[in-house]
Design a protein around this ligand. Structure first.
Ligand SMILES: Cc1cc2nc3c(=O)[nH]c(=O)nc-3n(C[C@H](O)[C@H](O)[C@H](O)COP(=O)(O)OP(=O)(O)OC[C@H]3O[C@@H](n4cnc5c(N)ncnc54)[C@H](O)[C@@H]3O)c2cc1C
Length: 384
């Protein structure tokens, strides 16, 4: 395992100052309802403002509209945005992973078509991995794409699709070659880019416990996907998807979700009898956050060295999302009454949302058990 201690250099600290100044000007505390990390609101105008600064798709090459910046630079921008609870939801998936997948496995036509628009903050992507009978065991996806004239005809249902009702595109893992008897289920899968406005797509909400609309079930009835929207070699989607998961885990989004809630607690208890207790908790949490941040930052350094640190990323997500739940448990001790999403106190409102969404963070992008399994296999040198 390669968690090498690292620190930010002068240019990186300068970028951090720049992002902080931008946020203080655009979203001064009190002017907006902070989001919980990557679950923040989708705001196309805010994404466009970030893009103007070169902070969306920033590690993509200049040739395709990016800024040729490092993974550590992206880490710095993302850390500040999430800490602040900024509304990064619209470009989140495209910036974190889809742009990288298209760069790595796509054709030049696909790069030209999608990457500059991603870097302008225009395109929102959803992830189409899970199906009603495929979650952790992702290779068991059974949704079929059959060969058609100039493309593929897709039928079936994807589930738990975050943001499909708001986004523009959907990157789906589909079975393009039937599973042969005795064959590996990892073969015969392909990744396809599907326009979320395609005829035959039916996007229906799966309401959250509090009635909010985050997830969707996306039903495909004879949806046509042209050949030019297949990413990489048909049948090789499993390896591409595994590479995508390495971008999905290990970043600040896996340990910063309740940060804005902790900050709001500190604001609200200032000058009250709870202030001392809250400061002690903040000290304890800061020490734990510092450790996680260093692990996560070292993952970004490894990516900049051309590595694919899937074991390290899995461990950061495992530890980070468990820590987030501990933070929420400790925050709940500061509240005597029942938590409601329409409380007067912003701290109570944010905490109510944390209680609701915290457990999901340990599930999305790989459950705790699956991450431990990835790490254990990786340490033993076994395939994921
Ligand atoms: C907030 C949120 C957002 C999501 N967004 C998306 C999205 O945008 N796109 C998308 O495709 N999916 C999304 N998902 C779905 C998510 O990826 C799946 O829920 C997840 O992969 C788990 O699959 P499952 O729900 O089918 O649970 P299962 O796979 O059925 O697992 C059930 C339990 O069994 C355990 N388990 C399963 N297999 C093993 C094993 N081999 N060893 C040990 N334990 C095991 C699991 O850890 C879990 O505790 C989202 C989920 C959440 C909570």
């Amino acid at each position: 395992m390669r968690f090498t201690p690292t620190q930010l250099g002068d240019a990186e600290l300068e970028l951090q100052r720049e992002v902080r100044a931008f946020l203080a000007q655009e979203l001064p505390p009190g002017s907006h309802q902070p989001g919980l990390g990557m679950s923040a609101r989708a705001d196309r105008a805010f994404s466009a403002k970030m893009a103007e600064r070169g902070w969306v798709g920033m590690s993509l090459p200049k040739q395709w509209g990016g800024s040729d910046r490092s993974a550590v630079d992206r880490f710095i921008v993302v850390e500040e945005m999430l800490r602040w609870g900024a509304p990064v939801g619209h470009h989140w998936v495209a910036d974190r992973q889809t742009g990288n997948v298209i760069l790595k496995f796509g054709t030049d036509e696909q790069r030209k078509r999608f990457l500059p628009a991603i870097c302008r903050g225009e395109l929102g992507f959803s992830i189409g991995m899970s199906e009603p009978d495929s979650g952790s065991d992702l290779a068991s996806v059974s949704m079929r794409a059959e060969r058609g004239d100039g493309g593929w005809i897709v039928n079936g249902t994807k589930i738990w699709t975050s943001g499909a009702h708001q986004n523009d595109w959907f990157i789906c893992l589909l079975r393009t070659h039937p599973l042969e008897e005795g064959g590996s289920k990892h073969q015969g899968l392909s990744q396809m880019l599907v326009d979320l406005n395609s005829p035959g797509l039916d996007i229906g909400p799966i309401p959250f416990l509090n009635g909010e609309h985050h997830f969707n079930e996306v039903a495909f009835t004879d949806v046509f996907v042209p050949d030019e929207n297949v990413v990489g070699e048909p049948g090789m989607g499993w390896n591409q998807n595994t590479a995508e998961m390495a971008y999905e885990r290990g970043g600040p989004d896996r340990w910063l979700s309740p940060f804005s809630t902790v900050e709001q607690l500190l604001r609200e208890v200032e000058g009250t009898e709870m202030e001392q207790r809250a400061c002690e908790l903040f000290g304890e949490l800061t020490a734990r956050w510092w450790a996680l941040r260093n692990l996560s930052l070292s993952v970004a350094r490894l990516i900049d060295e051309g590595e694919a640190p899937s074991v390290e990323s899995a461990l950061v997500k495992e530890m980070g999302t468990r820590f987030e739940l501990e933070v929420i448990e400790k925050l709940v001790e500061f509240v005597d009454e029942e938590l409601t999403p329409d409380a007067d106190s912003l701290f109570h409102r944010l905490l109510a949302e944390c209680v609701l969404t915290g457990p999901g963070n340990t599930i999305r992008g790989g459950t705790i058990e699956i991450l431990r399994s990835v790490a254990a296999k990786g340490l033993e040198g076994l395939p994921a």
